[in-house]
Design a protein around this ligand. Structure first.
Ligand SMILES: C[S@@+](CC[C@H](N)C(=O)[O-])C[C@H]1O[C@@H](n2cnc3c(N)ncnc32)[C@H](O)[C@@H]1O
Length: 237
């Protein structure tokens, strides 16, 4: 395993990046993912009432829950993204709670939620902070309740990057800083299924839906770009 020193204030950089994205309407018109839709239609009745979205972004995954009468809290490190979530839901006459915070230290009581989702968020952390985030989610979730996760996958080839923490010799993923593109300079972790299974086991979760990798190939000029994401659903033991 190799690690390089990470920029100390990388969470500030992430916050600034997403504050800017909040201003330009990141994925404002993008719908929600088919994996989520299938999960939601199958598990909706078993999820309970109090829902937390860790890294809610523009709130698009909060919408179905609020529409269906769940009590929903969106948490985000970026006030800009929280504002864009609140604007989007208010335009649709939907009410939710919006809380500023960091996944590594959630500002909630133990066992205060029935369902937690974190979609495209926890990968914006180094491994130490990913572990803290999993432990925090376990803490705020009630026993036997579900946690849905999505993050970047090791097979992602969107942009050139420099690896700063390498766990591949252990059969796991790596943390890197993008060298080009819209996330240039940002820390992101790239997961594989084994790593997500381990993180679950080490933090008091059992796997309910096995890791599911989603690969998209798009053309950009002459180049083919591969974006890969990985989904998993856990239940607190
Ligand atoms: C790729 S967006 C995903 C937003 C939303 N979950 C979705 O899928 O539409 C990532 C979001 O996570 C937030 N974020 C990044 N790191 C975070 C952290 N450590 N704690 C809380 N939010 C974080 C960002 O501000 C941003 O809104």
């Amino acid at each position: 395993m190799n690690t390089k020193a990470t920029t100390k204030n990388y969470h500030d950089q992430i916050k600034e990046h997403w504050d800017e994205q909040g201003k330009v309407g990141w994925k404002k018109d993008e719908g929600i993912d088919p994996f989520f839709n299938q999960f939601y239609s199958e598990y909706k009745q078993q999820l309970g009432h109090e829902v937390l979205d860790v890294g809610c972004g523009n709130g698009r995954y909060m919408v179905p829950f609020v529409r269906d009468g769940f009590s929903v809290t969106g948490l985000d490190i970026s006030q800009g993204m929280l504002n864009s979530a609140e604007r989007a839901l208010t335009e649709q006459n939907l009410k939710a709670r919006y809380v500023i915070g960091n996944s590594v230290s959630l500002p909630f009581e133990n066992q205060s939620f029935d369902f937690v989702m974190s979609i495209g968020t926890i990968h914006h952390n180094t491994m130490d902070d990913i572990k803290k985030s999993f432990s925090e989610i376990e803490r705020v979730l009630k026993p036997k309740k579900y946690f849905l996760f999505m993050g970047r996958s090791v097979s992602d080839k969107e942009f050139e990057r420099e690896v700063i923490e390498d766990y591949r010799d252990l059969g796991l993923g790596f943390t890197a800083i993008d060298k080009t593109g819209w996330k240039k300079g940002l820390v992101q972790h790239y997961f594989n299924g084994k790593e997500l299974q381990q993180l679950g086991e080490q933090n008091g979760f059992e796997v309910i839906i096995e890791p599911h990798e989603q690969i998209r190939v798009t053309k950009k000029g002459q180049d083919e770009i591969q974006t890969s994401r990985i989904w998993i659903v856990y239940r607190k033991v």
